[in-house]
Design a protein around this ligand. Structure first.
Ligand SMILES: [Zn+2]
Ligand SMILES: [Zn+2]
Length: 152
């Protein structure tokens, strides 16, 4: 992620205002924690991280509702294979994404683009199939972890 957490939050505020949706303090806090995590973070890790700031445990349904809002508005993506969430690298723009997930350190890269979806739907078995939801998550070892293995 190149933009700072502050920049991303300011962008989210502006987008929410533009769309007439509310980035409430709780939604903002969840988003900030997802941005700071820099790798997929689950709802229960979010609840743990929120507790000291709020002085009480936030109910899971509340956190899931905030996450739903953030996913619907394109600020975060859900990583299905980890049941976790990661900040979008291009928040607020509608796009197809693929994810490369490191099995070892959890580093997750978002690759935007419709090419993969288009080539899949162009293949004969997919003819006549209407795609509603696409999940492409590739797991493996990131360059950093491969390097550590070679040097070990
Ligand atoms: Zn994205
Ligand atoms: Zn790694």
């Amino acid at each position: 992620m190149t933009a700072s957490v502050g920049t991303m939050l300011a962008r989210a505020e502006a987008l929410a205002a533009e769309r007439g949706v509310a980035l409430t303090p709780l939604r903002r806090q969840v988003y900030e924690l997802v941005l700071k995590a820099q790798k997929p973070i689950g709802a229960y890790d979010l609840i743990d991280a929120m507790e000291p700031q709020r002085g009480a445990r936030v109910p899971p349904t509340t956190v899931y509702r905030a996450l739903d809002f953030l996913v619907e508005n394109g600020f975060v993506h859900r990583i299905e294979s980890k049941n976790a969430f990661i900040a979008c690298c291009d928040a607020g723009k509608s796009h197809e994404s693929q994810f490369l997930i490191c099995e070892e350190c959890g580093a997750t890269l978002e690759i935007q683009g419709r090419e993969l979806a288009s080539s899949l739907s162009a293949s004969p078995p997919a003819h006549g199939f209407q795609v509603h939801h696409q999940v492409v998550e590739l797991s493996g070892l990131c360059a950093g972890c491969q390097k550590r293995h070679r040097e070990a």
